[in-house]
Ligand binder design. Structure first.
Ligand code: 5AD
Ligand code: SF4
Length: 448
């Protein structure tokens, strides 16, 4: 049978979809690239903002017509929205066959198998820790894969205990749990043996790895996450290690020093800031101040001068004044991000912030969003020019969309560089290029 998987949301969802594709493939299901070719449609959903939920509901609603023509079609909603809405989804989407929550993803194959045998509506939303250890399957299909082989994700923690006041993740992904160092290293070794050059470690609060769910950041000298990085750094054949998303307070000196010492750890850190106003950070239940954030950035820059940062920012959090917003803008300028995901605050039912007074209008959110996008654009334009004339190492990622004769790759600091390949260049190679042009968001280099 043929399966189509559509993924919404974050890297953790992409990783979950990959594991599901792997499980299905190992059980002789075929993964296809369009819904019209499939017997089974899986929608792996996101609940972080309302728009993501609406998109998925709209899409599954639209599948009703397809199911009329193809009554044997099996349709499932998986992941965060499955967890948050549960039963309600069957009411809104009567043609839906099953709803599989975040704690039950490892049961996907059993669920699909049983629906192939016997048609009924199935709801599975219990929290179950086995999901952590039983989702280690990867989908490795060489060049035909939607999931690249040279660069792989590894989920090292699941869930979140932080309860930022705007965020639905702790409710839909459950309590934070971590794998063991041995388990993660074994998965990384297997991936490298099958061609992976770059791994990205995933977790909602990735640097809380191994802390036993303690909500407080570790004391100085303690960082199981740093211990994990040291072990991964030793793997022969692995070239690059990335991770996302860390919470700034978990970067103690031990972790920062480890990042500087381990050659394979990329000097590009995604460091969600959310807001530059201490008053708003407190309302968000973020456990740091603007000053603490800047101090961590300064420490990282001191040890890794070429480091680049990206971030997440929310504009229009309840009660955000013009003054609060200006604090975000100036913090953004002070840090100088080379990438930023700027979100308009979206009230999520059941979270503290959704019940706060003084919700901000859509117009103001949009206006603030545009202002920050402009700050980002300026920063990128000025930073990319600094690459001119330098020699950079790239991990080759593929052929550019606009010119089939050109390849592109990424520096460890996450700049994208286009270049003309030679006869031997292939995806997954590490190559050296000299940067000859650098404007807007892309640089151009020549092989050296
Ligand atoms: N509204 C807008 N953005 C949100 N995020 C999380 N919850 C919300 C929300 N309710 C953003 C945060 C987080 C990123 C993954 O999504 O910036 O870091
Ligand atoms: Fe959400 Fe905060 Fe947990 Fe990130 S750390 S997943 S923003 S609750």
């Amino acid at each position: 049978m043929k399966v189509f998987i559509k993924t919404y949301g974050c890297q953790m969802n992409i990783r979950d979809s990959e594991a599901i594709a792997g499980m299905l493939k190992n059980a002789n299901y075929e993964i296809v690239d369009h819904e019209s070719k499939a017997d089974i449609l899986l929608f792996n959903t996101c609940s972080v903002r309302e728009a993501a939920e609406n998109k998925a509901i709209g899409k599954v609603g639209f599948m009703r017509k397809l199911k009329k023509d193809k009554p044997h079609l099996i349709i499932g909603i998986l992941g965060c929205m499955a967890q948050s809405k549960g039963d309600e989804l069957f009411e809104r989407l009567p043609h839906l066959d099953f709803v599989l929550g975040t704690g039950q993803l490892h049961k996907l194959l059993d669920t699909v198998n049983s629906l192939v045998e016997e048609r009924k509506q199935m709801l599975l939303t219990a929290e179950c820790n086995d999901v952590l250890t039983q989702m280690g399957v990867h989908y490795n299909d060489g060049d035909t894969s939607n999931f690249s082989n040279y660069s792989s994700f590894i989920a090292i923690t699941r869930g979140c205990n932080r309860f930022c006041s705007y965020c639905i993740v702790p409710y839909v992904r459950g309590r934070e749990i971590s794998r063991t160092i041995e388990d993660v290293v074994a998965e990384a070794r297997e991936l490298v043996a099958s061609g992976t050059k770059e791994i990205t470690l995933l977790g909602q609060n990735v640097a809380a790895f191994g802390l036993g769910g303690n909500v407080n950041p570790p004391e100085e000298g303690i960082s199981p996450f740093a211990d994990l990085l040291v072990e991964l750094n030793k793997i022969e054949g692995l070239e690059r290690i990335r991770f996302t998303s860390p919470y700034v307070s978990y970067f103690n000196d031990k972790l920062i020093q480890t990042m500087a010492d381990c050659k394979k750890i990329c000097h590009n850190i995604h460091l969600p800031m959310q807001s530059g106003s201490n008053r708003i950070l407190k309302l968000m239940n973020r456990q740091y101040t603007r000053e603490m954030y800047l101090e961590k950035v300064a420490k990282m820059r001191a040890l890794m001068p070429d480091i680049t940062f990206s971030t997440d920012i929310i504009v229009g959090f309840p009660g955000e004044t013009e003054e609060d917003f200006m604090m975000t803008k100036t913090l953004m300028e002070e840090v100088g991000y080379d990438n930023a995901y700027i979100f308009k605050y979206s009230p999520r039912k059941g979270t503290k912030a959704a019940a706060m007074d003084d919700q901000i209008s859509q117009e103001i959110k949009e206006e603030r969003n545009q202002i920050l996008l402009q700050v980002l654009r300026k920063q990128v334009e000025s930073d990319i020019k600094k690459l001119l004339g330098t020699t950079q190492e790239l991990l080759v990622e593929g052929v550019t969309k606009t010119n089939k004769d050109r390849f592109f790759g990424k520096t460890d600091t996450s700049w994208v560089v286009n270049f003309v390949p030679n006869a031997e260049t292939k995806v997954g190679d590490i190559v050296k290029v000299k940067i000859t042009q650098a404007n807007a968001v892309t640089a151009v280099g020549e092989l050296v």
